[in-house]
Write a protein that binds this ligand. Structure first.
Ligand SMILES: Cc1cc2nc3c(=O)[nH]c(=O)nc-3n(C[C@H](O)[C@H](O)[C@H](O)COP(=O)(O)OP(=O)(O)OC[C@H]3O[C@@H](n4cnc5c(N)ncnc54)[C@H](O)[C@@H]3O)c2cc1C
Length: 456
């Protein structure tokens, strides 16, 4: 009965995920005679490539997140629904929530990826959070700022050293950007802020299992990134695997590194939603799809973006989990559904590879497009331009640009606020004991303990 009623209605396209893929898919339907329902568990579209700047106090969440309802307000055939999809029932064509179901005539799944701790999630995640959501970025920002605050009052040299040690696990673009930004904060932004410590003593360790950073880039870009990071004082450890993480630090290879702040940027796997499709998946959980972006043998269900596994001959392998792939696939999936509605054949997806880039810190980046490889300031300018261009709203572009100019000219970071409470109790420790320690001890500056540092 319900099915019948739906069939008498306009076709309903359900899109799961308001990220790069989902949002761009939704926009394709603005002039079409369909009902679109965009479901996301968050009420905002997030520009993930700049998330590390929120985590390192350069930008505020409002600069890189756009409210989904507001973004799609003029698209009258589209409804935004906040909810978490638990699984998908392809037999009944339903998207299933904890309570209730939603029928679809066509479905686009663009739910992205989540962190992969390779079987150690339960233990490691609490000490080494990743960077995928605004909550996680704010958590990392809080941890970082509190660590400097606590180090200012800490009289035990060992504990001070641990508080000032930041370990980033994973030498892909996120890890490189995070390590570069942390080095910049410690060595340039905060240097005049403290009276007992010198923030530039902070040690930033970047751990990578492979023999080079930025494995998806050319060897020359990897080398350049390594040199730039080392020049900024980052301790880069290649060919090193993390064996354990606990509240005291990281065991990397055979060595234990005492560290209070650990960032996980080492692995991703597809959102669990992918498992409910009953389709073939790769070892990262990504769903194998046809060149037309739908699931094999099902022209009603399309999987796009980070969650999709699609080999591309011209690209030379599986398309990477990058924003341009998700954007282009979102547009293409939308167009293909419109073709189906017009009884036309589906068209295969063709990826237009615009290249890739990663920033290493202020005025330094690597960028590759075709045979062209840029490094240093020129690459950094290209990086700025491209990121501004892809931000969803004009307001965000203006705000981000102002923040970047402020940071570039004044070596400042606009959002160095500690908000919320930290699970590991550092804030409370500070509130309770910080002032007493400060008054108890002579105000002369502390010195880093060289021997301690060399030991790990
Ligand atoms: C820190 C970081 C830095 C990055 N830097 C770059 C970069 O410099 N360049 C680049 O090209 N790419 C970069 N990427 C990758 C890029 O962000 C992704 O490739 C892109 O976001 C993928 O788009 P998507 O639409 O597939 O998924 P996402 O953008 O991840 O969107 C998925 C959406 O689905 C929602 N969702 C998930 N599960 C459910 C569910 N069960 N129910 C309801 N909603 C759900 C999520 O809330 C989210 O809004 C970076 C990613 C990260 C995390």
């Amino acid at each position: 009965m319900e099915q019948q009623a739906l069939l008498n209605h306009r076709p309903r396209v359900v899109i799961i995920g308001g990220g790069f893929g989902g949002l761009n898919a939704a926009r394709q339907f603005r002039k079409e005679d369909v009902d679109v329902v965009l479901v996301d568990r968050q009420n905002y579209h997030l520009f993930q490539p700049l998330l590390y700047q929120v985590a390192t106090a350069g930008l505020s969440p409002a600069d890189i997140a756009a409210n989904l309802r507001n973004t799609l307000r003029k698209q009258k055939n589209t409804e935004v629904v906040i909810g978490e999809v638990k699984h998908i029932d392809r037999a009944t064509q339903e998207v299933v929530f904890e309570e209730g179901k939603l029928h679809y005539d066509y479905l686009i799944i663009a739910a992205g990826m989540k962190h992969n701790y390779f079987g150690n999630q339960e233990k490691w995640e609490q000490y080494a959070p990743g960077l995928k959501t605004v909550d996680e970025a704010l958590d990392l920002r809080r941890r970082m700022l509190l660590a400097f605050e606590a180090a200012e009052y800490e009289t035990d040299p060992k504990e001070r050293e641990r508080l000032l040690t930041f370990v980033v696990v994973g030498g892909g673009p996120t890890g490189v950007e995070m390590a570069g930004a942390l080095a910049e904060i410690a060595r340039e932004v905060m240097v005049h802020d403290f009276r007992r410590i010198d923030s530039s003593w902070a040690r930033i360790v970047l751990i990578e299992g492979q023999d080079r950073l930025l494995g998806a880039f050319s060897e020359s870009s990897s080398k350049n990134a390594l040199e730039e990071l080392q020049e900024r004082g980052v301790d880069v450890r290649l060919n090193t695997f993390v064996k354990d993480i606990d509240e005291k630090g990281v065991t990397a290879g055979e060595q234990f590194i005492p560290a209070h702040n650990i960032v996980w940027a080492a692995g991703l796997k597809a959102e669990t939603l992918a498992d409910s499709l009953g389709a073939e998946q790769d070892r990262m959980g990504r769903v194998h799809i046809e060149q037309t972006l739908n699931i094999k043998g099902d022209q009603r269900v399309f999987v796009i973006g980070d969650m999709a596994h699609l080999e591309d001959e011209d690209y030379g392998g599986v398309l990477p989990g990058q924003a341009p792939v998700a954007i282009q696939q979102g547009r293409h999936a939308g167009k293909n559904i419109i073709r189906l509605l017009r009884d036309q054949d589906l068209k295969p997806f063709e990826y237009f590879d615009k290249g890739q880039m990663a920033t290493i810190g202020r005025a330094s980046a690597v960028a590759e497009t075709g045979k062209m490889k840029l490094t240093g300031f020129v690459a950094w300018l290209a990086w700025l331009f491209v990121h501004l261009l892809y931000l969803v709203s004009f307001r965000d572009r203006v705000s981000v640009l102002i923040n970047w100019i402020y940071a570039y000219v004044g070596f400042r970071r606009a959002t160095r606020f500690v908000v919320g409470s930290d699970e590991r109790g550092l804030k409370q420790r500070l509130l309770d004991h910080g002032p007493t320690r400060l008054l108890e001890h002579a105000p002369e500056p502390l010195r880093p303990d060289k021997a301690l540092r060399e030991a790990s």
